[in-house]
Design a protein around this ligand. Structure first.
Ligand SMILES: [Zn+2]
Length: 315
């Protein structure tokens, strides 16, 4: 199996995703909507990845579906797998077990036919506590980086960071592991700046300048809207772009699905068709996108559509 840097050179690389919403729909992940408001960053553990130890077969099946759809990378389900976030869901003591199991399951499912990426996401502490959380965030992310490196991931995907300051910390923590890094930020509530007020072009320059071999955006917007953002990023950096759009239709006034009233229990009513993903992939090469995957709302059908758009041989 070629490594991610080689694949990126040959690109575009086809990833996978999104795991948590799909597993929530299948009944294996808790959205928290039955007990509290979702999407604030302040809730109890919501969308946490304990399925890796609670129902490993469910996770294994989804990995296989992505692999069969053509994914060249399987992301270990370690999103929201930092200790403090897991603690809010009652799984803090299982932090090591969840991260290790997630990598092992992805590796087994990959069977040498796909790379395994460790997924590292925001801790939510910047949203909850502001910049004073930086020290705590650094400890949490450094711990997870160590767990994923020891579990044997091939590279890291740093994703769904709203604050550039937190992304910077994640890059600082990930770099010493010596593995390649793909980094993507999510833009909410506006497309024109990160949550801490930095222009997308600046975010891309920081990601590329501080160690990411591919940089871009993931989650929150559907492909068509994310493309506007990617074109801005493309002008700012020379590394390949990475894009993992969501499959939900957003609006000009609210261009982020987690702020729409349909999140999380009426998402089916704003689902974007897989055809939009096929069209997105068709233009990927011309748009300079080197890494292409799905995020919330995508399942294997969407990854198959991306594969078709890229002209990769499907199953
Ligand atoms: Zn997402």
């Amino acid at each position: 199996m070629k490594d991610i840097l080689t694949l990126l050179k040959e690109g575009p690389v086809l990833g996978d995703g999104g795991y948590l919403i799909e597993l929530e729909r299948r009944g294996h992940v808790d959205s928290g909507s039955g007990r509290e408001k979702v999407g604030t960053g302040r809730g109890s553990g919501q969308f946490t990845p304990e399925v890796a130890i609670e129902d490993p077969d469910a996770l294994r099946s989804l990995h296989r579906e992505f692999l069969n759809a053509g994914s060249q990378v399987l992301q270990a389900l370690t999103f929201f797998g930092t200790r403090e976030k897991l603690e809010r869901a009652g799984y803090g003591a299982q932090t090591e077990a969840i991260n290790r199991a997630a990598v092992r399951i992805a590796r087994e499912a990959a069977g040498g036919r796909a790379l395994v990426a460790g997924s590292i996401s925001r801790t939510q502490l910047f949203e909850r506590q502001g910049p004073s959380a930086a020290g705590h965030v650094r400890d949490l992310l450094a711990e997870q980086v160590g767990l994923l490196r020891d579990a044997g991931v091939d590279f890291f995907i740093l994703e769904t960071f709203f604050h550039l300051d937190e992304m910077r910390i994640a890059l600082e923590c990930a770099r010493p592991a010596g593995l390649p890094i793909v980094a993507t930020m999510s833009f909410r509530p506006a497309l024109t700046q990160s949550s801490d007020g930095h222009a997308p072009a600046e975010c891309a320059r920081v990601m590329a300048g501080e160690g990411a071999q591919a940089a871009g955006a993931n989650c929150e917007q559907e492909p068509r809207r994310m493309l506007e953002l990617l074109r801005v990023l493309r002008g700012a950096v020379s590394v390949p772009l990475a894009a993992q759009p969501a499959a939900f239709r957003t609006t000009d006034t609210t261009p982020c699905f987690t702020r729409l009233p349909q999140f999380p229990d009426e998402l089916e009513t704003i689902q974007v068709s897989r055809r939009e993903f096929e069209a997105f992939a068709l233009g990927a090469r011309a748009e300079g996108i080197g890494y292409l995957g799905g995020c919330c709302g995508c399942n294997a059908a969407y990854i198959r559509a991306l594969a078709r758009g890229l002209g990769l041989r499907g199953p």
